[in-house]
Write a protein that binds this ligand. Sequence first.
Ligand code: COA
Length: 434
Amino acid sequence: MSVNAPKKIDSVKVVIGDKTVECPAFEGIENEKSFDIGKLRDQTGYVTFDNGYANTSPVISDITYLDGDNGVLRYRGYPIEQLAEKASFVEVAYLLIHGELPKKAELDKFVKGIEENQTVDSNFYKIFDAFPKNTHPMAMLTAATVALSGQYPNDNEITNKASVEKTIYRLLGQFPALCAAAYRHSRGESRISAKPGLDYCSNFMSLMYAKDGSYSVPKEIVSALNLLLILHADHEQNCSTSTVRLVGSSNANLYASIAAGITALWGPLHGGANQAVMEMLEEIQKSGGDIQATVAKAKDKASGFKLMGFGHRVYKNFDPRAKIIKKACDQVLNALGIQNPLLGLAQQLEAAALTDAYFVEKKLYPNVDFYSGIIYSALNIPVEMFTPMFALGRMPGWIAQWKEMIDGGTTKIGRPRQIYTGYAKRDYVSIDAR
Ligand code: COA
């Protein structure tokens, strides 16, 4: 049940030749208008074409509001700036999944649920041993996440509320350990178990870096990680979230749906951009730091190069997450006493792009990935783990979006149409006659 049901507004008339189709229309609470073209093909033979779903909304959702023209992002109505400053990541996870900020007892129960389900079975870990050491961690994480459905075969029923609750706790609880296992595997280090009683971020850092026995995580690192995870926690119908919903619309189980989201996130145009930004900055540094040459290359279509960490499908103004991260970047580096020349390069590159006519006209601004890698580096997280960090943060958003769809019970299986441009009918030719 939506907090606010979509409001019916005057239907939209689509006129095609001598046919007029009345399409039911409705409006969300922030005045986004939409009309339903579901019957268009039956009545006129036409489908709509929308490259990259850029103007299509297959979802009515209560979770996240994003106004790309004005740089606004809210989770369940709460501005991202307030959550980033005041909340914990686990609180935000609860908010996204259950719709309200938790009361103390609700948060305690949620944390307990995560802690009770955070231990990865030692046999299960062997899945990592099957991979060569140089495997990208996103490949290992996709495999491990979908394999959890085999580890817990009795909880794959998507309409069984108790099973779904356990699955949610396991995903939130075990994913940090799986990320750390992927990291440790690439270094030939043995895995360690999660420790109850640690907050979410300290637990993650211990899983990654503890050697023998205890590992104390500086508070600056905990709060920087908490901030980054909150900023990544949801972003409405982006590529990976739409993938989670699309796969989930076939009634695939939650582990399988999330694993598909992890794969979608991996690409450099989506979550893989944070790794690509660092590689781009390192490349600029190696080749002498020529910022103008980089900007020129990004404007030259023939180069095939884009300024990574710039541009966004929806934000045509500053990405509010990028603003927060940029500020945090300075603070974290100062607090940890780290000087990273790549930060200076990134600032110069941003300034050059923001005053360049090409970027101004196309409304290309830094996105969440532009500065996040510099903070991750300050936390000692290697470049290939940046996208897994994004996945760790996005986990509650993926879960919330899947749960909203399944609980709503009205979503049809995702099955778009196409415009066929291959050969018209032709007859089979035997192999000797080809
Ligand atoms: N560098 C240079 N040019 C860029 C650009 C970038 N980072 N991002 C977009 N453009 C240009 C496109 O070439 C296009 O130019 P055109 O109108 O002359 O053809 C125009 O700006 C519109 O971009 P388009 O690629 O059509 O937008 P999109 O909504 O399909 O793509 C992104 C959005 C995010 C995929 C795209 O901006 C991009 O590839 N950015 C770099 C990767 C990145 O940082 N991804 C993380 C997103 S959070």
